[in-house]
Unconditional design. Structure first.
Lengths: 321, 261
């Protein structure tokens, strides 16, 4: 049985349709990456799946329970770490996890035992009696993750778990997510980081404007939009001659500058030797050559018409100014 | 463990968190104890001869009369502070953590109210202690003190319910905080600080129908006189009315929050 089934899910806020007929399915034990820019409908979808918001259309079931008809059963099966790590800065880490254990109906002794184990797991035992307000961003995310795990949920929802974190903290969270998944937990991960989805997700859904615009494994999505290409930078020789040679290897792609040739190749790395030989035979000097595989950003551009990471950077710049 | 026992554990845990939160955030604690204590000191020191006015109820002293007013002010502000703290929880997303747990959602509100009630209890004991320390007598003795404590605790919970409902509806701490002056207006238009018989119109008529006048009289009665069953009954009815109102408003606000997210 799939861990999450969503059919035609919709959510409107007055005239604004935040989510417009989302369909998706997440298998048991899978990491599903839900990728999209800010305002795409990721968080609204997660809030509906975690019973925090009623849908205005469609249906969704999590762990076999309908989110509208059986919200308590859904909530008993899920762990939730929401965006911005919603933690009380006045509580200590230990108090928070113990409270979470009580909320999940665990007996006091069992809750305390699990709290200690989880604090140790996320390396917060030493800081457990400090107020959360004094924690770093990475510590808060780890605490939030630990709190979401206290009842050993079947399905874990992580809403942008690494947004705003430094690379080291981000990698720590990734390792923890991988380990949880290895232990059998299904993970529904929303992110605006392509690398995160690429690194972690078994399947990726790209949402834009409240609609799923692409879905599949990262590899299948990349394969869908085309083959890898060879990018070569000329050291000497004519660009026209180089293009003529490369056109015999594969399809030429629009160049990014006057000394660069891009050629799509069907066999990936296997096409590099014959490309080098052909250029050498034609007396064309090459400064650099590399095989560029399609990225999820290429997929994103192909499906939405814009770059996700540039969109995020622009938003961060706008916030900073 | 039965569902009821689990719910009680949740209410207790959330109530304890609410109390800790208040004690750890001085700006929530100050209005509950510091302001009413200062006002009590200023009023008692500056207007003590009011007890000699014709129509003033027979009391041992102005401090004895004012204890109920200080408790009323404290419990009202405890309710307001509880509402602010709840709204802060909503603003920072902490309530999402609670709403995503497999517990009945009314336990979240009850947990907050349990904390507010505990603050009411603390405030009642604080002002009784201050009264006794500075020479005020509790006319009805230990039983009278207990009645005052129970009424203050229950009213704090009822008023906290209104604060929680507003917090749930608006999700804004500044809106709840903005009600602070209204709390004082409601109190000054009751008999909390001044005897009904000495008020002038239209304040007198408003105070006569203000439920907080009934509660203030219910708290004051055992402090300044023998327990009067009628005063006590009216106070309990007024509290019950506020409880019902706060429950209805909270339930509606909870449904609204789930609809709008």
């Amino acid at each position: 049985m799939p861990a999450i089934v969503v059919e035609g899910l919709e959510r409107a806020f007055d005239e604004v349709k935040a989510v417009q007929g989302v369909d998706l399915e997440v298998g048991e034990g899978e990491i599903y990456g839900f990728l999209g820019p800010n305002g795409a409908g990721k968080t609204t979808t997660v809030r509906m799946l975690t019973t925090l918001l009623l849908p205005t259309g469609g249906r969704a079931a999590v762990a076999g329970h309908d989110v509208v008809g059986e919200p308590r059963a859904v909530r008993a099966s899920i762990g939730v770490a929401l965006q911005e790590a919603a933690l009380d800065p006045l509580m200590t880490g230990r108090e928070l996890i113990r409270l979470q254990a009580t909320l999940q109906g665990l007996p006091t002794a069992e809750g305390r035992r699990r709290a200690e184990r989880l604090l140790e797991r996320v390396d917060l035992l030493a800081a457990a009696d400090r107020r959360v307000g004094s924690y770093s961003g990475g510590m808060k995310r780890r605490l939030d993750l630990a709190a979401a795990l206290v009842h050993e949920p079947r399905v874990l929802f992580l809403d942008e778990p690494t947004t705003g974190l430094d690379p080291v903290s981000r990698k720590t969270i990734w390792e923890e997510v991988r380990q949880l998944n290895d232990e059998g937990t299904t993970v529904f991960l929303t992110t605006q980081y392509l690398e995160e989805a690429d690194q972690l997700a078994d399947n990726v859904g790209i949402i834009d404007g409240g609609r799923i615009v692409a879905e599949g494994t990262p590899e299948s999505l990349k394969a869908e939009i085309g083959n890898p290409h060879i990018q070569l930078q000329l050291a000497e020789g004519s660009i026209a001659e180089a293009e003529e040679v490369c056109a015999r290897i594969g399809r030429l792609l629009p160049p990014t500058d006057a000394r660069t040739v891009l050629v799509e190749v069907a066999n990936g790395a296997a096409d590099i030797p014959r490309t080098v030989r052909a250029l050498d035979e034609a007396g064309i000097g090459v400064e650099s050559l590399e095989l560029v595989r399609p990225t999820l950003d290429d997929v994103f551009v192909a499906k939405t018409g814009y770059h996700l990471e540039k969109e995020n950077e622009a938003e961060q710049d706008a916030v900073a100014t | 463990m039965s569902g009821m026992a689990t719910n009680l554990r949740v209410v207790r845990a959330l109530g304890m968190r609410s109390i800790r939160q208040t004690f750890r955030r001085p700006q929530l604690m100050a209005p509950i104890l510091v302001f009413p204590t200062l006002l009590l000191a200023v009023q008692t020191g500056g207007a003590g001869s009011a007890v000699d006015l014709p129509g003033f109820p027979p009391v041992q002293g102005f401090l004895q009369f004012m204890l109920a007013g200080a408790m009323m002010q404290s419990l009202m502000l405890a309710g307001n502070s509880g509402g602010i703290a709840f709204a802060v929880d909503i603003e920072m997303g902490f309530t999402d953590r609670l709403f995503a747990a497999p517990i009945p959602r009314f336990t979240i509100v009850l947990g907050r109210l349990a904390g507010t009630a505990a603050l009411g209890l603390f405030s009642a004991l604080w002002f009784l202690a201050i009264g006794l320390l500075f020479g005020a007598e509790i006319h009805s003795g230990v039983a009278g003190a207990l009645i005052a404590v129970v009424l203050v605790t229950a009213t704090a919970m009822a008023v906290g319910g209104i604060g929680a409902a507003i917090a749930l509806r608006t999700g804004s701490a500044s809106v709840v905080q903005g009600l602070f002056p209204l709390v004082l207006v409601v109190l000054f238009l009751s008999s909390a600080f001044f005897p009904l018989d000495l008020m002038i119109q239209p304040a007198k008529t408003i105070a006569e129908y203000n439920p907080f006048s009934f509660i203030a009289e219910g708290i004051r009665n055992p402090i300044i006189a023998e327990v009067d069953a009628t005063d006590l009954l009216y106070a309990l009815l007024a509290i019950a009315g506020i409880v019902v109102l706060s429950l209805v408003l909270s339930a509606r606000a909870l449904r609204h929050r789930l609809r709008v997210g």
